[in-house]
Each structure stands twice: as structure tokens, then as C-alpha cells.
Design a protein around this ligand. Structure first.
Ligand code: NDP
Length: 329
């Protein structure tokens, strides 16, 4: 028995290359559950794992894909039986363990969640790690007191995966969303998802010596980090929170502690990879409830395994809009 997979290999000079290959099932890694993968997706991290590795991939040849959704084919764990629909995000699958860019995956039962009620496997992968993380960010802001009455909520990296889903969820929940983008041509797209107004990336890109600026944002979902996050911290309203999700603009944080001390601003770290099972279920339930499926559909760019090397390069340059859904079959 064989299956198709996107395999990344590394040559003696350390250069990686990716190609679709037919593999024997004996190549699958160890794990209690074998999944017939139907859909996967593309996240920023996948761009790294398809290409240079970014220090995430431990050994080659490697099958990337940090997310997968499909049907259980075989299971030695009581929680899952053949025919069950399942979803996997995180747990370093697609990084240290072979991932979802294959017709078959073998994983630990602990890493799976049942396909959330109301979602298809395709919709679950349109959400993927990016959308799951956007929901975790919104939940964290709510847990720290955010309500639509508090004022405008900023979403940075808005036309990307995390940003698109965050914009759609917040818009649906009645928030006034200000969407930051470096791609002015995406204005109509972002407004169709639920953004009330667009903020040019250049408006927030420059650093300022002033640790505090006008109190503007009631909350922020930040996919960018770096100078932009530092600037946004100084623009938060009194007691407001920023959910720090990503580093598309850099891993540094050239900020002062003044917004924390004088305005009680909160910086909330969001990690999707090691989220405990119960919170995963909570987030997926909220996604099925609060992410309008027509908006999710509008974010989708369909792709196949063969498209992934090009798409992987594109996402690392901030050139992918919304969510790529990979039809693996
Ligand atoms: P995308 O590439 O889809 O989105 C990132 C967006 O950021 C781009 O579309 C672009 O939006 C903006 N951007 C890109 N480069 C820059 C730059 N130099 N300066 C400012 N803005 C920039 O990636 P994802 O949405 O999948 O991921 C976003 C970030 O979140 C990544 O850093 C990723 O690693 C991180 N992440 C973290 C997770 C966690 O568990 N904490 C989980 C998932 C993702 P626009 O064109 O609109 O400006």
C-alpha cells in the first residue's frame, strides 16, 4: 500500500527541496491512530517547514503540514474508531513529527480532537491553526474584559490567515474592527469580512520615542509583533489588552514598560501548539458558533500538494491572502 505525500529533503550543502512522492505505508511514523487525510492547510510555520526549516524540522526526509483533517482508518485507542472524523492542529506535528501534507498520517490519539459539530473537514482546515489561534486570541481578550461597548479593536496583519479569521469573528460578535494591512488592495476583502475601517501598515510601522500616545484601541489581536506591537502598546486604552499571536514583522519587542505601569495595559501571550484538550474543544465550539461560514468561504484559496512549494515561499513574504485549503486526495 502506498500514499502520496509532499516530501522535503535536505542535500549535503544543507539546501532543502520539496516534491510530491509516492511512499510505502511502512514509512509512516509511530502512533496509535492512522488517519486518511482529506484536507490540510498552509500557515506561516508551514512556509518555514516546506522551505528552509526555520529550526523547526528535526530530521529529513520530512513530511510537513502542521494541520490535518480526515477520517480515522485504524486506531488502537478507545477514544477513536475507524470512520470517525478528526482534526489535528499543533503538538509540533508537521515539525518534529510527519504532518498533514500526505494522504495518510499516523499520530497520537492525544493530539486529535473530534471534528467539531457543524464543520466539514474542509471548513476545519480553512480555519486551521491560524483560525484556531485567532479564536484563542479573541477568547483571551474576552476573558480580560473586552466587550463591543469598550471601543475599537485593532487586528494587525489583517489580510493574513490569523488576521482574516480574527476580523471575521470580531465583526460577527459586534466589534468595531480596525484592520491593519500593508496591502491597500485588500481593503474591499477586509471590509467584506467585517472590518469597519482600514489602517495603513505604514501608520504603525515607524517607531516613536513617545511611550504613550492617544488612547485609541480597546483591544488588539496582533499577528505582527516587532515595532508594530511596541507602537500599539502605547496606543491602548486604559486597562485594555493585546493578544500577542505572531511575529510576521519581527520577534523583537522594542517597547518600554510605561503602558503597563501607567495605563494598566495587558500583554497576553497566545500559544496554539500546546493548548490543553478542554480549551481546544472550547475554542472549536466557539469557532463553529461565532465564525460565519460564508465569510470563511470568502477567505479560501484552494490548493493541491503540488502547489505547496510555491505557496510556502509566498506566505513567508506575506503574499498569501486569507486561508489556503489543501485538498490532499
Ligand atoms: P500570514 O502570512 O497569513 O499573515 C501574516 C500577515 O502579516 C501578512 O499577511 C501581512 O498582512 C502581515 N505582515 C507580513 N509581513 C509583515 C511585516 N514585515 N510587517 C508588518 N506586517 C507584516 O501568516 P499567519 O496568519 O498564518 O500567521 C501570522 C503570525 O502568527 C505568524 O508570525 C505566525 O508564526 C504566528 N502564529 C502564531 C501562532 C501561535 O500559536 N502563537 C499560531 C499561528 C500563527 P497584511 O498584508 O494585511 O499587512
Amino acid at each position: 500500500m502506498t500514499f502520496r505525500a509532499l516530501v522535503v529533503d535536505k542535500n549535503d550543502e544543507g539546501k532543502t527541496s520539496a516534491s510530491v512522492q509516492e511512499l510505502g505505508e511502512e514509512r509512516l511514523p509511530e502512533g496509535g491512530v492512522t488517519v486518511a487525510v482529506e484536507y490540510s492547510t498552509l500557515n506561516y510555520k508551514d512556509g518555514l517547514c516546506i522551505g528552509p526549516g526555520g529550526g523547526l524540522v528535526r530530521s529529513y526526509p520530512h513530511v510537513p503540514g502542521i494541520d490535518l483533517a480526515g477520517t480515522v482508518e485504524a486506531s488502537d485507542d478507545d477514544r477513536y474508531a475507524p470512520g470517525d472524523k478528526v482534526v489535528l492542529t499543533g503538538w509540533r506535528v508537521g515539525e518534529v513529527h510527519w504532518g498533514g501534507y500526505a494522504e495518510k498520517a499516523r499520530v497520537k490519539a492525544d493530539w486529535l480532537v473530534p471534528l467539531p459539530e457543524g464543520l466539514t473537514t474542509r471548513q476545519a482546515m480553512a480555519v486551521g491553526t491560524a483560525g484556531f489561534t485567532a479564536m484563542l486570541a479573541v477568547m483571551a481578550l474576552e476573558d480580560h474584559g473586552l466587550t463591543p461597548e469598550n471601543g475599537e479593536v485593532l487586528v494587525t496583519g489583517a489580510a493574513g490567515g490569523v488576521g482574516s479569521v480574527a476580523t471575521a469573528i470580531l465583526g460577527h460578535l459586534g466589534y468595531e474592527v480596525a484592520a491593519v494591512t500593508g496591502r491597500p488592495e485588500q481593503e474591499d476583502y477586509l471590509k467584506s469580512l467585517g472590518a469597519a475601517r482600514i489602517v495603513a501598515r505604514s501608520d504603525l510601522a515607524e517607531t516613536t520615542k513617545r511611550p504613550l500616545e492617544a488612547e485609541t484601541w480597546a483591544g488588539c489581536v496582533d499577528a505582527v509583533g516587532g515595532d508594530m506591537l511596541a507602537r500599539v502598546l502605547g496606543q491602548m486604552k486604559y486597562g485594555a489588552s493585546v493578544a500577542a499571536v505572531g511575529l510576521a514583522g519581527g520577534a523583537q519587542l522594542p517597547a518600554t514598560v510605561i503602558p503597563f505601569l501607567l495605563r494598566g495595559v495587558n500583554l497576553l501571550g497566545i500559544d496554539s501548539v500546546m493548548q490543553p484538550y478542554e480549551n481546544r474543544l472550547r475554542a472549536w465550539k466557539r469557532i463553529a458558533q461565532d465564525l460565519p461560514m460564508d465569510k470563511l468561504e470568502a477567505m479560501i484559496e484552494p490548493a493541491t500538494l503540488a502547489d505547496l512549494p510555491d505557496l510556502g515561499r509566498a506566505i513567508l513574504k506575506g503574499g498569501v491572502r486569507g486561508r489556503v485549503v489543501v485538498d490532499v486526495t
